[in-house]
Design a binder for this molecule. Structure first.
Ligand code: AMP
Ligand code: ZN
Length: 562
């Protein structure tokens, strides 16, 4: 049944779909022709021979004549009648018996057979294959991950038990694909799983568990599993997953952190040893409207400002950069320094209220995160959650004209837009910005292509499922400490390239060459991390650099110094 469905699906795609449209138009033409002939048949019968037939009889006559069956039960007895019958027979032969089968064969059957004959799925990898990355489950996350693998020239193989998908991925997208069931030990052996570098399990939780168990019965290759329900993480570990990524929970946390204006410690994004990276909104601090020099943040707290975010644009600031009301400042420093900053940012809890639009897995995780602070929020979803009984939800379509107004969005200080549909998210971002020019909007992009549109629609922050997931996978693969800060910016660690040893930061020309900035230095002697080192600092061999930059800049760094 499944095979039949996938075969039928062939006719609904690409060129076959275009051809199907032609067939439908041709069908309409034939129908019109039959109806016209049937009408003419009745007219001629009545006017030439005085006989009356029903419309159904007319259609019956036309079909039998056009298909050259001609039973002879209804016949004309006059010359004009014979001529009409001959015309119907000939047009039937042309349109029904020649053009129709020819069209069906050339437009559908031939391309389908050709495709079948051409594509031979791969069932196993060559025995000498080593160091490859096996990917089970293709979605926007693994697709974004594959882009990264391609950029690094790493060998990957996608495994699928769906013939159509195998064909599409291999022929249209150019991936290396093996066709087979992920839980079949023979398939896994053919995938040379024991010699693989990593396995990425990105199917449903039960399927991932099954993959882990089967692989563990064969070898110890590390497995990274993406888990839908964070409660299943322990089960997956028990089944043999090396690392389990509760992506929905991580995304919920990202969204929640960025939606509030609470004190600095609550905004720690990541840490590298004693060094923490945090960001706080300028709104509500005494720094609003000042330049970085005037704000004297370093003098007051010891923290270094490593970045500035304003409506989707990230800049590495200079002394003259203005701290606008809507900007977010990104800091690097110790916990104690962040505590010192808390005095300035304060706890503005009374006037905080967050709207969470979409109570799915990610919206629910964001709410759970806000519960812990606690920060008040209102959840809106058009359905009851099948899994969460904990949260109170305002039921209604968030895109409805009055839903948000009625729920009191006027009182909100922030909104998290997290439905599973990007068009809805873009629409909700626009509406929220329109209703509330100063609200903080944090939006989720289900597909990476929509990140730009969400920023254009007025989001302050966009978090894309695909790039967060792909970044986490890449960092695990490369055993690399790297924080994912926001769309397009990351803090990453690299050993000092030999070419730069002995130079000062200024002489290294790292920033003009790669666009990356040095956030901190970890000296080789194990002494304390040097945050925001001045340009005259000399780079000694053995130092570890902590850099900030976008994915292109990170790639450029690796290309130049890799
Ligand atoms: P998830 O992908 O698990 O985070 O789920 C997304 C959630 O968004 C689901 O619970 C949907 O019911 C919800 N959702 C989708 N569209 C709308 C909408 N127009 N209004 C309210 N909730 C929505
Ligand atoms: Zn919930």
């Amino acid at each position: 049944m499944k095979t039949l469905a996938s075969e039928l699906a062939y006719f609904l795609r690409g060129r076959a779909r275009q051809n199907l449209k032609v067939l439908v138009l041709y069908g309409i033409f034939l129908l019109t022709l039959i109806l016209a002939y049937a009408t003419l048949f009745r007219f001629l019968m009545w006017n030439l021979e005085g006989r009356e037939y029903s419309f159904i009889a007319g259609i019956y006559w036309v079909i039998t004549v056009m298909t050259t069956l001609g039973f002879g039960d209804i016949t004309f007895q006059s010359d004009p009648g014979y001529i009409f019958a001959a015309i119907v027979t000939i047009s039937g032969m042309i349109f029904l018996l020649i053009i129709l089968p020819f069209g069906l064969i050339s437009l559908f059957l031939a391309p389908w057979i050709e495709q079948r004959l051409r594509y031979h799925p791969t069932y196993e990898l060559p025995p000498q294959t080593r160091g490859h990355i096996l990917i089970f489950g293709i979605d926007p996350i693994t697709r974004a991950f594959i882009q990264k693998l391609k950029a690094r020239d790493l060998l990957f193989v996608v495994v699928t038990a769906n013939y159509e998908q195998a064909l599409h991925l291999e022929e249209q997208e150019g991936f290396k694909v093996v066709y087979g069931s992920a839980t079949d030990a023979r398939v896994l052996t053919g995938l040379r799983v024991a010699a693989a570098r990593y396995v990425i399990a990105n199917l449903s939780d039960p399927e991932n568990t099954n993959i882990c168990l089967t692989i563990r019965s064969l070898c110890q290759t590390p497995i990274v599993a993406l888990v839908d329900d964070p409660e299943h993480a322990d089960l997956l570990r028990l089944a043999g997953a090396h690392q389990v990524i509760p992506l929905t929970r991580i995304l919920g946390r990202y969204l929640a952190t960025r939606s509030t204006t609470r004190g600095a410690l609550a905004h720690v994004l990541d840490s590298f040893g004693s060094l923490q990276i945090a960001e706080i909104p300028v709104h509500g601090t005494p720094f609003a409207g000042q330049t970085l020099k005037e704000a004297q943040i370093r003098q007051k707290t010891g923290l270094s400002v490593i970045g500035l975010w304003e409506r989707g644009t990230f800049t590495i600031p200079s002394g003259d950069s203005l701290l606008g009301e809507h900007a977010l400042v990104m800091f690097a420093g110790t916990r104690a320094q962040l505590s010192a900053l808390e005095k300035f940012t304060g706890e503005a809890a009374e006037d905080e209220l967050i709207f969470i639009l979409g109570h799915g897995r990610i919206g629910c995780a964001a709410a759970t995160f806000l519960d812990r602070r606690p920060i008040p929020y209102i959840l809106v979803d058009h359905h009851e959650s099948p899994t969460c009984q904990e949260h109170v939800v305002v039921l209604g379509d968030a895109t409805g004209r009055h839903t948000l107004k009625k729920a009191g969005i006027d009182r909100a200080s922030g909104v998290i837009v997290t439905t599973n549909d990007d068009s809805t998210n873009i629409f909700l971002t626009l509406t929220s910005r329109h209703l509330h020019p100063h609200i903080r909007i944090v939006a989720r992009a289900n597909n990476e292509e929509n990140v730009e549109q969400l920023y254009t629609a007025g989001a302050d922050f966009v978090v894309s499922n695909a790039s967060v997931g792909a970044n986490i996978l890449m960092n695990l693969l490369e055993h690399k400490a790297s924080a994912f800060l926001a769309e397009g910016v990351a803090v990453f660690r690299r050993p000092l390239p030999a070419a730069l040893a002995g130079k000062t930061i200024e002489q290294s020309r790292l920033r003009p060459l790669t666009g990356c900035s040095i956030v901190a230095l970890d000296p080789p002697d194990g002494s304390e991390t040097l945050v925001s080192p001045p340009p005259e600092t000399r780079l000694v061999s053995g130092t570890t650099l902590l850099l900030i930059g976008g994915p292109e800049q990170e790639a450029l760094f690796d290309q130049i110094y890799g």
